[in-house]
Design a protein around this ligand. Structure first.
Ligand code: PEP
Ligand code: MN
Length: 263
Protein backbone atom coordinates (compact mmCIF):
# COMPACT_ATOMS: atom_id res chain seq x y z
CA UNK A 1 0.00 0.00 0.00
CA UNK A 2 2.92 2.36 0.51
CA UNK A 3 4.25 1.63 -3.00
CA UNK A 4 4.15 4.12 -5.86
CA UNK A 5 2.60 1.37 -7.94
CA UNK A 6 -0.50 1.62 -5.75
CA UNK A 7 -0.53 5.43 -5.50
CA UNK A 8 1.45 7.57 -7.94
CA UNK A 9 1.02 10.97 -6.27
CA UNK A 10 2.97 12.02 -3.17
CA UNK A 11 1.26 11.68 0.20
CA UNK A 12 1.31 14.91 2.22
CA UNK A 13 1.12 14.30 5.97
CA UNK A 14 -0.50 17.16 7.90
CA UNK A 15 -0.61 17.85 11.63
CA UNK A 16 -1.50 21.25 13.04
CA UNK A 17 -0.19 23.79 10.55
CA UNK A 18 2.62 21.50 9.46
CA UNK A 19 2.67 19.69 6.14
CA UNK A 20 5.36 17.14 5.35
CA UNK A 21 5.60 16.07 1.70
CA UNK A 22 4.81 18.19 -1.33
CA UNK A 23 6.92 21.11 -2.48
CA UNK A 24 8.13 22.73 0.71
CA UNK A 25 11.03 21.37 2.72
CA UNK A 26 9.79 20.93 6.31
CA UNK A 27 12.08 21.50 9.27
CA UNK A 28 11.07 19.82 12.54
CA UNK A 29 13.32 20.92 15.41
CA UNK A 30 13.68 20.88 19.17
CA UNK A 31 15.60 19.23 21.95
CA UNK A 32 16.41 15.53 22.16
CA UNK A 33 14.64 15.45 25.54
CA UNK A 34 12.15 17.74 27.21
CA UNK A 35 14.05 18.74 30.37
CA UNK A 36 12.09 21.61 31.92
CA UNK A 37 9.52 24.24 31.01
CA UNK A 38 12.19 26.94 30.71
CA UNK A 39 14.42 24.79 28.48
CA UNK A 40 11.60 23.70 26.18
CA UNK A 41 9.92 27.10 25.80
CA UNK A 42 13.20 28.90 25.13
CA UNK A 43 14.30 26.55 22.35
CA UNK A 44 10.78 26.29 20.93
CA UNK A 45 10.63 30.06 20.51
CA UNK A 46 13.95 30.12 18.70
CA UNK A 47 13.11 27.31 16.28
CA UNK A 48 9.71 28.83 15.58
CA UNK A 49 11.17 32.27 14.98
CA UNK A 50 13.51 30.86 12.34
CA UNK A 51 10.91 28.83 10.51
CA UNK A 52 10.55 25.33 11.99
CA UNK A 53 7.11 23.89 11.17
CA UNK A 54 6.97 21.56 14.18
CA UNK A 55 8.58 21.06 17.57
CA UNK A 56 10.27 17.79 18.53
CA UNK A 57 11.06 16.68 22.08
CA UNK A 58 11.29 13.32 23.80
CA UNK A 59 9.38 12.61 27.01
CA UNK A 60 10.03 8.85 27.00
CA UNK A 61 13.66 8.25 26.07
CA UNK A 62 15.17 4.99 24.79
CA UNK A 63 18.59 5.31 26.45
CA UNK A 64 21.39 2.83 25.89
CA UNK A 65 22.27 2.91 29.60
CA UNK A 66 19.59 2.45 32.26
CA UNK A 67 21.52 4.93 34.43
CA UNK A 68 21.06 7.80 31.97
CA UNK A 69 18.16 10.29 32.01
CA UNK A 70 15.04 8.41 30.93
CA UNK A 71 12.82 11.40 30.14
CA UNK A 72 10.20 13.38 32.05
CA UNK A 73 7.33 11.09 31.06
CA UNK A 74 3.84 12.54 31.19
CA UNK A 75 5.12 15.81 32.69
CA UNK A 76 7.18 16.24 29.53
CA UNK A 77 4.12 15.57 27.38
CA UNK A 78 2.23 18.28 29.27
CA UNK A 79 5.03 20.74 28.56
CA UNK A 80 4.91 19.87 24.85
CA UNK A 81 1.18 20.51 24.90
CA UNK A 82 1.74 23.84 26.61
CA UNK A 83 4.38 24.84 24.05
CA UNK A 84 1.94 23.95 21.29
CA UNK A 85 -0.78 26.08 22.86
CA UNK A 86 1.49 29.05 23.45
CA UNK A 87 3.37 29.03 20.16
CA UNK A 88 1.04 27.20 17.78
CA UNK A 89 3.80 24.77 16.81
CA UNK A 90 2.55 21.19 16.42
CA UNK A 91 4.60 18.61 18.31
CA UNK A 92 6.36 15.31 17.60
CA UNK A 93 7.37 12.95 20.40
CA UNK A 94 8.46 9.32 20.72
CA UNK A 95 6.11 6.62 21.94
CA UNK A 96 7.95 3.58 23.30
CA UNK A 97 5.19 1.26 24.45
CA UNK A 98 1.69 0.25 23.44
CA UNK A 99 0.43 1.37 26.86
CA UNK A 100 1.61 4.95 26.20
CA UNK A 101 -0.26 5.47 22.93
CA UNK A 102 -3.54 6.82 24.35
CA UNK A 103 -1.81 9.30 26.67
CA UNK A 104 0.52 10.43 23.90
CA UNK A 105 -2.49 11.07 21.66
CA UNK A 106 -3.96 13.43 24.25
CA UNK A 107 -0.88 15.64 24.33
CA UNK A 108 1.07 15.50 21.05
CA UNK A 109 0.29 15.89 17.34
CA UNK A 110 2.58 13.30 15.75
CA UNK A 111 3.84 10.00 17.21
CA UNK A 112 7.48 9.09 16.64
CA UNK A 113 8.48 5.45 16.46
CA UNK A 114 12.17 5.34 17.37
CA UNK A 115 14.82 3.35 15.58
CA UNK A 116 14.89 0.74 18.36
CA UNK A 117 11.18 0.07 17.95
CA UNK A 118 10.93 -0.03 14.16
CA UNK A 119 10.17 -3.74 14.31
CA UNK A 120 8.01 -3.66 17.45
CA UNK A 121 4.99 -4.96 15.58
CA UNK A 122 2.55 -4.59 18.47
CA UNK A 123 3.52 -0.90 18.73
CA UNK A 124 3.27 -0.41 14.95
CA UNK A 125 -0.26 -1.84 15.02
CA UNK A 126 -1.22 0.34 18.00
CA UNK A 127 -0.08 3.59 16.34
CA UNK A 128 -1.71 2.34 13.14
CA UNK A 129 -5.02 2.20 15.00
CA UNK A 130 -4.55 5.72 16.38
CA UNK A 131 -5.64 8.83 14.51
CA UNK A 132 -2.29 10.61 14.76
CA UNK A 133 0.33 10.86 12.04
CA UNK A 134 3.38 8.68 12.65
CA UNK A 135 7.04 9.52 12.08
CA UNK A 136 8.68 6.14 11.59
CA UNK A 137 12.44 5.97 12.03
CA UNK A 138 14.59 3.42 10.28
CA UNK A 139 16.01 0.77 12.61
CA UNK A 140 19.70 0.81 13.57
CA UNK A 141 20.42 -2.12 11.27
CA UNK A 142 17.27 -2.28 9.21
CA UNK A 143 17.21 -2.62 5.45
CA UNK A 144 15.08 -0.25 3.38
CA UNK A 145 12.76 -3.15 2.64
CA UNK A 146 12.26 -3.76 6.37
CA UNK A 147 11.50 -0.05 6.86
CA UNK A 148 8.87 -0.18 4.12
CA UNK A 149 7.32 -3.30 5.62
CA UNK A 150 7.20 -1.62 9.04
CA UNK A 151 5.31 1.28 7.39
CA UNK A 152 3.03 -1.29 5.81
CA UNK A 153 2.03 -2.52 9.31
CA UNK A 154 0.93 1.00 10.26
CA UNK A 155 -0.90 1.51 6.97
CA UNK A 156 -2.60 -1.87 7.18
CA UNK A 157 -3.86 -1.09 10.68
CA UNK A 158 -5.73 1.91 9.25
CA UNK A 159 -3.33 4.84 9.38
CA UNK A 160 -2.06 6.21 6.04
CA UNK A 161 -0.36 9.27 7.58
CA UNK A 162 3.21 8.02 7.80
CA UNK A 163 6.46 9.96 7.48
CA UNK A 164 9.56 7.81 6.90
CA UNK A 165 12.81 8.91 8.56
CA UNK A 166 16.37 8.01 7.56
CA UNK A 167 18.42 8.49 10.76
CA UNK A 168 21.64 6.70 9.92
CA UNK A 169 22.52 3.04 10.15
CA UNK A 170 25.24 1.10 11.91
CA UNK A 171 28.26 0.34 9.75
CA UNK A 172 31.95 -0.44 10.40
CA UNK A 173 32.66 3.31 10.45
CA UNK A 174 33.29 4.73 13.93
CA UNK A 175 34.25 8.35 13.15
CA UNK A 176 30.58 9.31 13.29
CA UNK A 177 27.78 7.93 15.47
CA UNK A 178 25.97 6.39 12.50
CA UNK A 179 26.32 6.39 8.73
CA UNK A 180 23.62 8.57 7.19
CA UNK A 181 22.32 6.62 4.22
CA UNK A 182 21.33 9.21 1.65
CA UNK A 183 21.00 6.44 -0.94
CA UNK A 184 17.96 5.39 1.07
CA UNK A 185 16.31 8.78 0.57
CA UNK A 186 16.68 8.78 -3.21
CA UNK A 187 15.63 5.13 -3.34
CA UNK A 188 12.60 5.61 -1.08
CA UNK A 189 11.41 8.63 -3.05
CA UNK A 190 11.20 6.37 -6.11
CA UNK A 191 9.64 3.37 -4.36
CA UNK A 192 7.03 4.97 -2.10
CA UNK A 193 4.56 7.84 -2.12
CA UNK A 194 5.17 8.47 1.60
CA UNK A 195 7.16 11.57 2.61
CA UNK A 196 10.77 10.97 3.62
CA UNK A 197 12.67 13.08 6.14
CA UNK A 198 16.28 12.90 7.29
CA UNK A 199 17.62 13.11 10.84
CA UNK A 200 21.14 14.51 10.47
CA UNK A 201 21.53 14.79 14.25
CA UNK A 202 21.43 11.05 14.98
CA UNK A 203 22.77 10.37 11.48
CA UNK A 204 26.08 12.00 12.32
CA UNK A 205 26.13 12.47 16.11
CA UNK A 206 28.31 15.54 15.59
CA UNK A 207 26.95 19.09 15.82
CA UNK A 208 29.38 20.46 13.21
CA UNK A 209 28.19 17.94 10.62
CA UNK A 210 24.47 18.64 10.98
CA UNK A 211 24.29 21.68 8.67
CA UNK A 212 26.22 20.12 5.77
CA UNK A 213 24.19 16.90 5.96
CA UNK A 214 20.96 18.91 6.14
CA UNK A 215 21.93 20.61 2.88
CA UNK A 216 22.68 17.19 1.44
CA UNK A 217 19.26 15.92 2.54
CA UNK A 218 17.55 18.81 0.76
CA UNK A 219 19.68 18.31 -2.35
CA UNK A 220 18.92 14.59 -2.58
CA UNK A 221 15.18 15.23 -2.48
CA UNK A 222 14.12 14.63 1.11
CA UNK A 223 10.83 16.23 2.17
CA UNK A 224 12.40 17.69 5.30
CA UNK A 225 14.62 17.12 8.30
CA UNK A 226 14.17 16.52 12.01
CA UNK A 227 17.01 18.13 13.95
CA UNK A 228 18.00 18.44 17.58
CA UNK A 229 18.58 21.88 19.02
CA UNK A 230 19.39 23.10 22.53
CA UNK A 231 20.19 26.61 23.70
CA UNK A 232 22.76 25.31 26.18
CA UNK A 233 23.98 21.98 24.79
CA UNK A 234 26.72 21.55 27.42
CA UNK A 235 23.97 21.16 30.01
CA UNK A 236 21.71 18.91 27.91
CA UNK A 237 20.53 15.72 29.61
CA UNK A 238 20.80 13.76 26.34
CA UNK A 239 22.54 14.12 22.96
CA UNK A 240 24.07 17.55 23.73
CA UNK A 241 27.07 16.86 21.44
CA UNK A 242 24.81 16.72 18.40
CA UNK A 243 22.44 19.57 19.29
CA UNK A 244 22.54 22.77 17.24
CA UNK A 245 22.92 25.93 19.31
CA UNK A 246 20.47 28.80 18.67
CA UNK A 247 22.87 30.64 16.31
CA UNK A 248 23.63 27.40 14.46
CA UNK A 249 19.93 26.74 14.00
CA UNK A 250 19.53 30.23 12.54
CA UNK A 251 22.45 29.52 10.20
CA UNK A 252 20.86 26.21 9.15
CA UNK A 253 17.61 27.94 8.23
CA UNK A 254 19.46 30.59 6.25
CA UNK A 255 21.20 27.90 4.24
CA UNK A 256 17.97 25.97 3.62
CA UNK A 257 15.98 29.03 2.59
CA UNK A 258 15.66 28.14 -1.11
CA UNK A 259 14.14 24.76 -0.16
CA UNK A 260 11.96 25.91 2.74
CA UNK A 261 10.44 28.69 0.67
CA UNK A 262 9.92 26.74 -2.56
CA UNK A 263 6.45 27.29 -4.01
C1 PEP B 1 15.54 10.64 19.14
O1 PEP B 1 14.92 11.12 18.18
O2 PEP B 1 15.90 11.33 20.13
C2 PEP B 1 15.96 9.23 19.10
C3 PEP B 1 16.15 8.52 20.20
O3 PEP B 1 16.13 8.80 17.83
P1 PEP B 1 16.48 7.33 17.26
O4 PEP B 1 15.32 6.47 17.59
O5 PEP B 1 16.61 7.60 15.78
O6 PEP B 1 17.77 6.89 17.87
MN1 MN C 1 18.36 12.22 20.56
Amino acid sequence: MVSREVQAHDTVVRFGNAAVGGNKFAVIAGPCSVESEAQLMAVAEVVKQHGAVALRGGAYKPRTSPYDFQGMGVEGLKLLHKANQQLGLPTVSEVMEVGQVDTMCEYVDCLQIGARNMQNYALLKAVGESKKPVLLKRGLSATIEELLLAAEYIYDAGNPNIILCERGIRTYETATRNTLDLNAVAYLKQRTHLPVVVDPSHGTGVRELVIPLSRAAAAVGADGIIVESHLNPCEALSDGHQALTGPMFEQLMQELKPFVEAA
